[in-house]
Write a protein that binds this ligand. Structure first.
Ligand SMILES: C[S@@+](CC[C@H](N)C(=O)[O-])C[C@H]1O[C@@H](n2cnc3c(N)ncnc32)[C@H](O)[C@@H]1O
Length: 256
């Protein structure tokens, strides 16, 4: 999906910025799968507005190169982060603007389903990673669709997920095909919003590729139902969603 042809960049941060404890929990889980030791250079591939970029630099004490195809997303990332440890470049996974063997970790958050050629991206990641390098993927998958909060109000999202989201097996196959080994996998119960009113405000920005793909009539009908639900929904009832976190490793002894 070309983000510059949608209205998602304008609403992205307002709709999708986490509470600090949610980001801290994600960083704990990422570091548990890919330990800090030996990670000096990170690529945040499809970094968007830089939601994870600074957190990765801080937690790993590493240099981070944020790579992103959308000019609008990249402009927001550059405006927020610009210290010596963080730099940005324009590009996509299928042709990374990074040198061979220049990274210890490549991180992709909610990017895999946007890749036009996952196999080419996997080969590019292999080229850019050093021997023993890691790749960490955080993505919604078909396997977790029943947990998606969208379904309750926007049932047509089920078909959109089936058509556009990867499966865990598909992601694993793409990276194993480029010579990676599986290094870990966790299904994370993510707090998507503190309550339904907050979730409603996020869905109202439509800065989510499932809602962006929904027919306008289905979107408006779902929002009206969600508004009615919010009149009685308890304020302390968080909204959850299961997200896959996968790690892969370049075999330490193999050639790229
Ligand atoms: C849902 S956003 C995720 C942004 C960020 N990683 C985060 O978690 O906040 C998806 C991002 O993937 C980018 N994207 C789309 N196609 C891509 C590709 N082929 N390679 C890398 N990134 C891509 C989009 O421009 C968008 O910024």
């Amino acid at each position: 999906m070309d983000y510059d042809k949608t209205s998602m960049p304008e609403g992205y941060d307002a709709a999708r910025t986490y509470q600090p404890d949610v980001m801290a929990d994600w960083m704990d889980r990422i570091v548990a799968l890919v330990p800090v030791d030996g990670v000096e250079d990170i690529v945040d591939l499809g970094c968007g507005t830089g939601r994870y970029t600074a957190a990765l630099a801080e937690r790993y004490g590493a240099r981070v190169f944020g790579i992103e195809p959308s000019e609008k997303m990249l402009a927001q990332a550059r405006a927020k982060h610009g210290d010596g440890a963080i730099r940005f470049g324009q590009g996509g996974g299928e042709a990374l603007p990074a040198a061979d063997g220049s990274a210890d970790l490549i991180f992709l958050s909610m990017v895999y389903h946007h890749l036009s050629d996952p196999a080419a991206t996997a080969r590019e990641c292999r080229r850019v990673l050093r021997p023993g390098g890691r790749l960490c993927i955080r993505n919604s998958t078909q396997d977790r669709v029943e947990s998606f909060p969208h379904l309750r109000f926007f049932p047509a999202v089920r078909e959109i997920v089936a058509r556009t989201s990867p499966s865990v097996a598909g992601i694993t196959g793409a990276f194993e095909g480029a010579g990676f080994e599986v290094a870990g996998h966790e299904v994370v119960r993510h707090r998507n919003a503190t309550n339904w009113a907050s979730q409603r405000d996020n869905f109202a920005r439509r800065a989510d590729s499932f809602l962006a793909r929904l027919a306008d009539a289905d979107y408006e009908r779902g929002m009206a139902e969600l508004d009615r639900h919010c009149e009685t929904a308890p304020p302390d009832d968080p909204v959850w969603m299961d997200i896959d976190l996968l790690a892969f490793r370049v075999p330490a002894t193999s050639a790229a």
